[in-house]
Design a protein around this ligand. Structure first.
Ligand SMILES: *Cc1c(COP(=O)(O)O)cnc(C)c1O
Length: 399
């Protein structure tokens, strides 16, 4: 019996994967972002070539420096890797034997990292694990709702390697110390400040405001390949880069990724940000219109919580709609095509629609699906399901 030739099918179909539409944002679990064509081209061009990796990373350093205002930079596997490597670098400096001894032997090294308690977020993994991966001890400062200067100031000891400052919609958005305040306290005692800005548009602001190192994801707003960018003070970046001889080995990136990130950064510099914003805004208005007048649905535009130039729709789902927010999200995810909404706050009765990862025509498909599901007379099983975060699926993988 001959197998049907599947080689001409689009890759998702060929592999038997659901053709999802992503209105949830730059989610690792969904493939992070749509890689820009220039980065894809650079990756394909670099893939078959030999190259001296330290030289390639030197070129990447110059590109990262140009875009961020940093003295130096490098590319690693992810922002989470970048955090671990930057912290390890703050601990070891350029001591090569110390680098080989991490993470379990920190004899003679500074091995404490201070982080405001309201910054200990989970983005699929917990940020404090990136600290512990380097062999450092997590020193939480303040409480979940309040951190004051003395919480950081008095936590600094001769063993303090760094303060980690997290910028994300996941952090507690009130009561925390600002980056400026943290830098002032830490720098007065000679302690570097490392910023996790994985998902931020602003490539210059955090260093300009005093951070010693800032780390971005290459695969979020930059729309590059999966990667992390570490940028900042040259001595600290060098020490972090040297971790490739130690804990960074398992976080390494290939030549194609470095080339792809460099291309994505080039594109970012000349990207038509206003044009993209206008397209995103058009999608938001389309969705608002689709949701208008539907019983039990209240939708409005809300700005990004960390001031990225990006708006989303917040969809409040009231019982009169016949759905819970979780039930509506699950129904859309089970549809054809499956539509994945931004559902991390679904237990609060709402989800978000994020317009920043759409292919042409998808905004219309989402609008129609919203309207179809909500105006249908039937309510599917599970329409009123409570919000749950089951791990049972993960525990069954690969089945
Ligand atoms: C996504 C994210 C990370 C992790 O980024 P990766 O590059 O996927 O490792 C870290 N911190 C924050 C705030 C994030 O949003």
């Amino acid at each position: 019996m001959s197998h049907p030739d599947r080689s001409n099918l689009p890759i998702r179909e060929r592999l038997g994967l659901r053709p999802i539409i992503n209105v949830s944002g730059t989610m690792t679990a969904l493939g992070a972002s749509i890689i820009v064509p220039e980065a894809i081209q650079a990756m394909a061009e670099m893939a078959p070539q030999w190259v001296e990796m330290d030289d390639l990373q030197r070129k990447a350093s110059a590109t990262i420096a140009r875009l961020t205002g940093a003295e130096a930079g490098f590319v690693t596997a992810s922002c989470a890797s970048g955090i671990a490597m930057a912290i390890a670098g703050a601990m070891t400096g350029t001591r090569l034997l110390a680098i080989e001894r991490l993470p379990d032997d920190t004899t003679g090294l500074k091995n404490e990292v201070i982080i405001q308690l309201g910054h200990i977020v989970n983005y699929g993994a917990a940020v404090d694990q990136s600290i512990r991966l380097a062999g450092a001890k997590v020193i939480p400062a303040g409480t979940v709702s309040v951190a004051q200067s003395y919480h950081v100031d008095e936590a600094i000891t001769p063993a303090t390697a760094a303060v980690l400052y997290v910028v994300a919609h996941h952090t507690v958005q009130y009561g925390m110390l600002s980056l400026e305040e943290v830098c002032e306290i830490a720098h007065a005692k000679g302690v570097p400040v490392i910023v996790d800005a994985a998902s931020e548009y602003d490539l210059r602001g955090f260093l300009a405001r005093g951070a010693d190192i800032v780390i971005y994801s290459g695969h979020k707003f930059l729309s590059g390949p999966t990667s992390g960018l570490v940028a900042g003070r040259k001595d600290l970046v060098r020490a972090a880069y040297l971790q490739n001889r130690g804990i960074g080995r398992g976080m390494k990136v290939g030549k194609e990724t470095v080339a792809g990130v460099m291309a994505a950064l080039d594109v970012w510099e000349r990207r038509d940000h206003a044009g993209i914003r206008a397209r995103e805004t058009a999608a938001l208005h389309l969705w608002l219109k689709a949701l208008e007048g539907l019983p039990g649905i209240e939708a409005h535009i809300i700005p990004d919580p960390t001031d990225n130039p990006l708006d989303r729709i917040e969809v409040n789902v009231l019982p009169e709609s016949g759905f819970s927010a979780a039930g509506l999200a699950a129904t859309l995810a089970a549809g054809s095509p499956p539509i994945i909404v931004r559902n991390h706050e679904v237990e609060r009765g709402h989800f978000f629609l994020d317009p920043c990862n759409l292919h042409p025509g998808e905004a219309e498909i989402v609008a129609k699906a919203l309207r179809d599901v909500l105006t249908s007379k039937d309510r599917p099983e599970g329409a009123m399901q409570p919000a749950r975060k089951p791990v049972s699926g993960a525990l069954r993988w690969p089945d």
